[in-house]
Design a protein around this ligand. Structure first.
Ligand code: SF4
Length: 275
């Protein structure tokens, strides 16, 4: 059995999971990046990130959720989809994707086992990403409509994509404990984004809840009663320095919504146009 496989864009050989700092396109970490292995360490390392680059690096080497570490790495080694069996799998947490200081933030649920867990980039290499990046391209936020692999030239403008949980969970269902353990990464993400933030698009209920919980902890004003998630739902959040940030809800771009017609391209375009 091969111990390395060639990256589909660069051809460089990588082990799976990919060791940090070995040349994977867009890998923000190095072999010196500090690794969180407990919830306390996640909280400490997240809070002390000086900027988004440091946050991205620390997220991608995190090992604080034993069940998720096992799952992401076992998929990378022995759980590959047949059509990707000859590709290296990232097998690590996915950091945010998009420029620091972007006025728009998308908060999703978690990486997909055969998507971002394979390619190392949010919503990249699966049908959810096909939908999302095509819509972001139509909306003027992405330089191309496709997102197949890290290193494919995709760039975002004015928008950054993050998630409530940074590791692929079995059945796409993180536990309550795993969501809580991962929360400090999102907290720091929002703290760093806040000064320039205009709006947040929550993809699905978990992204909506995680955003509201986090901004409340940060002392933002949240309307009462608590805003309910729905496609096209909107809420005005107020930062401690009295800036308004709009929270907008969208059904998630998962196949169970896009295949069934619960979420159409027109519906997604409409919410993106409000950001
Ligand atoms: S889900 Fe979050 S906290 Fe848990 S191991 Fe992954 S990155 Fe770390």
């Amino acid at each position: 059995m091969r111990t390395t496989d060639p990256h589909p864009v660069t051809g460089q050989e990588f082990a799976s999971p990919v060791p940090p700092g070995t040349g994977w396109p867009g890998d923000p970490a190095s072999r010196h990046t500090p690794v969180a292995v407990t919830p306390h360490q996640v909280a400490d390392l997240a809070a002390s990130c000086a900027d988004v680059a440091e946050l991205d690096a620390r997220i991608t080497v995190c090992r604080a959720c034993p069940r998720l570490v096992d799952w992401r790495e076992s998929v990378a080694i022995s759980g590959r989809r047949a059509s990707f069996a000859d590709q290296p799998y990232w097998g690590r947490p996915a950091s945010g994707f998009g420029p620091a200081g972007a006025p728009v933030l998308i908060v999703g649920l978690a990486p997909a086992a055969q998507g971002a867990n394979r390619t190392g980039r949010m919503f990249t290499g699966d049908r959810s990403g096909d939908w999302l990046y095509a819509a972001l391209h139509r909306g003027g936020y992405a330089n191309q409509p496709t997102s197949d692999h890290a290193g494919d030239g995709l760039e975002l403008q004015g928008l950054r994509i993050v998630s409530a949980v940074r590791c692929a969970p079995p059945q796409n269902k993180p536990t309550t404990q795993e969501r809580a353990t991962c929360a400090p990464w999102l907290h720091r993400e929002l703290e760093l984004a806040a000064p320039t933030l205009r709006s947040i698009l929550a993809l699905g209920l978990i992204g909506w809840d995680a955003t509201l919980r986090t901004v409340k902890q940060m002392g933002w004003e949240v309307p009462r009663p608590r805003p309910r998630f729905g496609h096209g739902a909107q809420a005005q959040l107020v930062t401690p320095d009295s800036r308004v940030v709009r929270l907008v809800g969208s059904y998630h771009v998962s196949q169970q919504n896009t295949f069934t017609g619960k979420l159409t391209e027109a519906m997604l375009d409409e919410v993106i146009a409000t950001l």
